[in-house]
Design a protein around this ligand. Sequence first.
Ligand code: FES
Length: 163
Amino acid sequence: MAVDAIPVTEQSRLSVHQVLHRRKDEPGALLPILHDIQDELGFIPSDLVADIAAALNLSRAEVHGVITYYHHFRSTAPGRHVVQICRAEACQAMGAEALFAHAQEHLACKAHHTTPDGSVTLEAAYCLGLCASSPSIAINGEVHARVTPIKFERLMAEARGQA
Ligand code: FES
């Protein structure tokens, strides 16, 4: 289940406007802006899409279209831990799809969703740079190699235990 969108705080609005001010005049600014906002806030608040569109002279539909086109971008706040499972070629050859299916079952959470307790957001990634040690996953940006279903469960227990 996805975590509901949270109200935009003044701090979030300020952060977005700082990113817009810094980047809006760059060529092809939309993608870097969306990356910066997500890096800062963890997601791109839907309530601020209009501000992004206005700053770039685009329609809200255009900005929304880009956000929804790329799986990387989130419109809702992520869980406390973001788990990315690599589904690119080398990892697929080493069982990434079975690992992904196991992860969804173990967490009771579909891809691009967050567990009901808000602890984990499960996402796909397309190469984490550990192709020689696949299948690979990242937990909050920290990569783990040769992840079996058992290792996945252990890593999740550790991550959630630290929450
Ligand atoms: S293909 Fe999975 S880490 Fe490169």
